[in-house]
Design a protein around this ligand. Structure first.
Ligand code: UGA
Length: 442
């Protein structure tokens, strides 16, 4: 099928390449000339395992092209809209400028029977509004949220755990004939997943929009829940990692996303819970999601806690002390530093006068652009050399598994380590002579 993908950021670039990899003819469109130039050469503009390979395969096959010209969307059967919805500068709400512009820009190129498939994360009610401008062209608007995780984006797109299609409904809320036809076209698009019986859930617009934001709100809540338990553990001497293991054995709870530490960041969870709160307020239901403010507050407090641990470990004086910061990306297997708790901790330590040196296997270039005031070193040993304290803020395997605590001890000035992700083997580090501080652990 011929497809267009409007917006070639994280979501769009991966979606375009993944759709080409399952046999579709895809044109990716973005206003950013540099991004398009890079993608056209088969170079992924960000670090995402497996993306480069499917980009190059798609381009070599002739099925995948990129352009800045929106007119190239003409002739595609399905037009995916995957542009960003960042947090507005002066509040919590989502900025819909790019979504509105993408849909408006597409209108002249739509043919009757086409689908416009929104993938961006939007406040509930957006699809119904956008449908008012799409419907007169004879095309159908659907909302098809995306659940990919950075670091696993290709796998999550090619083989998702569920597909959701928000389609036009009748006044009684049932799927309309137009909606049923639209869902069938999406089934054709995602044919490999449909063939393997991946759940394909057809809903109305509002439900599809809410599925996306509520999934992220739930995940954020789960992380802040365990971080709240970490705060209690800290004043009682309990160990939050053992607690998480124990409650995680209950299948109704589950162990995943119960990793206590410096909390969540990235381009999705933080802004999505804020946009959800803002939208709920607009709908007169602010109190229903008031807890998300608390989820946000707990999350941000964990960054303070990590900084406090370093300061306390250095007897209250960090001025001109060398602190080796291991990590900059908001999570491993990513070079994304958007709202990164890791960098936030580094910046705060620097603000206290510490001589901060940051290392990261993938994110240094991005970090340097946004925080040029920090010192970076690509070499882990050089970063550790003569450090007065070490803090782990992103759980890369480079130090989680591969760094021997004895070797690290031979490099630093003082064997103090703060494990901001509870990812090191505390017993092994202690046995190697380190004073180990975890998050929510004795
Ligand atoms: C998140 C969701 O997991 C995806 O399902 C969703 O599609 C995506 O947002 C999106 O809306 O586009 P992502 O931002 O890639 O994906 O990252 P996550 O894996 O969810 O991690 C988010 C943050 O939570 C990271 O900073 C991570 O370190 C932190 N985290 C995660 C914890 O602090 N503890 C945990 O136990 C798990």
């Amino acid at each position: 099928m011929r497809l267009s993908v409007i917006g070639c950021g994280y979501l769009g670039a991966v979606h375009a390449a993944a759709m080409a990899s399952i046999g579709h003819e895809v044109v990716g469109i973005d206003v950013d000339e540099r991004k398009i130039e890079s993608l056209s050469k088969g170079l992924a503009p960000f670090f995402e395992p497996g993306l480069q390979e499917i980009l190059q395969e798609g381009i070599a096959s002739g099925r995948l092209t990129f352009t800045t010209d929106l007119a190239a969307a003409a002739g595609a059967k399905v037009h995916f809209v995957g542009v960003g919805t960042p947090q507005v500068k002066d509040g919590y709400a989502a900025d819909l400028t790019y979504v509105n512009a993408a849909v408006d820009g597409l209108l002249p190129y739509l043919s009757p029977g086409d689908l416009v498939a929104g993938k961006s994360t939007v406040p509930v009610g957006t699809a119904a509004r956008l449908a008012e401008s799409v419907t007169p062209t004879g095309a159908t608007l659907v909302w098809n949220p995306e659940f990919l995780r950075e670091g696993f984006a290709v796998q999550d797109t090619v083989d998702p755990d569920r597909l959701v299609a928000g389609v036009p409904s009748t006044s009684s809320g049932a799927v309309s004939d137009e909606g049923a036809r639209a869902a069938d076209i999406l089934r054709e698009v995602y044919h490999p997943s449909v063939a393997k019986n991946t759940p394909f859930i057809v809903t109305d617009y509002a439900t599809a929009e809410l599925v996306k934001v509520s999934a992220n709100a739930f995940l954020a809540t789960k992380i802040s829940f365990i971080n709240a338990m970490a705060e209690i553990a800290e004043v009682t001497g309990a160990d939050v990692t053992q607690l998480a293991d124990a409650i995680g054995h209950d299948a109704r709870i589950g162990r995943r996303f119960l990793g206590a530490g410096i909390g969540f960041g990235g381009g999705c969870l933080p802004k999505d819970i804020r946009a959800f709160s803002a939208r709920a307020e607009e709908l007169g239901r602010g109190e229903s999601v008031n807890f998300l403010r608390e989820v946000d507050a707990i999350n941000l407090r964990r960054r303070d806690r990590a900084v406090d641990l370093v300061v306390a470990a250095l007897d209250g004086v960090v001025f001109e002390k060398k602190v080796a910061v291991l990590g900059a990306a908001f999570k491993p297997h990513s070079d994304d530093i958007r709202d990164s708790p890791a960098l936030d901790v580094a910046v705060r330590l620097k603000g206290l006068g510490a001589d901060v040196v940051v290392t990261d296997p993938a994110a240094i270039e991005n970090a340097r652009r946004i925080h040029p005031q920090l010192t970076y070193n690509e070499d882990l040993d050089a970063t550790l050399k003569d450090a007065d304290a070490v803090i782990v803020v992103t759980e890369w395997d480079e130090w989680r598994r591969e760094l021997a605590p004895e070797h690290a001890a031979s490099l630093v000035k003082a064997t103090i380590v703060v494990d901001g992700r509870n990812c090191l083997d505390a017993a092994a580090w202690r046995a190697a002579g380190w004073t180990y501080y975890g998050m929510g652990r004795p």
